[in-house]
Design a protein around this ligand. Sequence first.
Ligand code: OGA
Ligand code: MN
Length: 270
Amino acid sequence: MAFEARALKEEIGSAVRTSVKDLLTPAVAAQVREMLVQRGVLVFRGLNLSDEQQVVLAGLMGSVRQEGEKGIYKITLDKNANARRDYLKGSFLWHIDGTHDDVPVFASLLTGITLSTMGGQTEFANSYAAYEALPEKMKQRIAALKVVHSVEVSMRRADIEPSEANLSFWRNFPDKTHSLVWTHKSGRKSLVIGCHASHIAGMDKAEGQQLLQELLDWTTQPRFVYRHEWTPGDLLIWDNTGVLHRVEPYPLDCGRMMHRTTLLGEEAFA
Ligand code: OGA
Ligand code: MN
């Protein structure tokens, strides 16, 4: 058998067991991709992929975004390794990557290289499943709503210093308005919410923010969440278009280092 998979939670996550050799074949990578969209997040314990192997796997699953060194972007708060580390503190809050783009990234592959001894565990919430389970009345209430997403709002919520340099960097990203309910080409629907969701367009600000908070609390309740406790060499892959994620805060100088490869988006928010 090329791989074995078992559900981690009923509504999110599967653990996959396979050999690196089998995984790096087009047939298995295609099956992994399909499972990813069904399960939201896939966990390969202690797989220990090399950087090159990780980029090969990503290339078999989609189009690799050119970032970092040869498709490997280093996630770390260490000041010597990452000049824009401040910005990564935004990942301590529930978010979707790339809501400042029209076409958000499809998925990310993340290998744990050096782990934090304090915090640093990563959580995922299935926003497809959360939408599906909403009461019919709420589905009707939110069907036509649009949400304004702001990089500045998300950075301020993450308590990142609004210095002149940071403010001018954040303001390079214009606010974006996306439908609250994303109807994907597949017909499935997910919620586009998170720390970057500033307010609801055309609604009283406080009322809109209260509704967004209610939906975030709903989506991140335990039944829709998988929490990953890292062991070295783990590979995680998440479908950024259907799950929210966050990392538990960890100390700036703890040396935590993750290697990420990102797949370009294939579908605009709609
Ligand atoms: C990311 C992210 C979480 C982590 O890479 O987009 O949010 O655990 N990472 O580092
Ligand atoms: Mn992220």
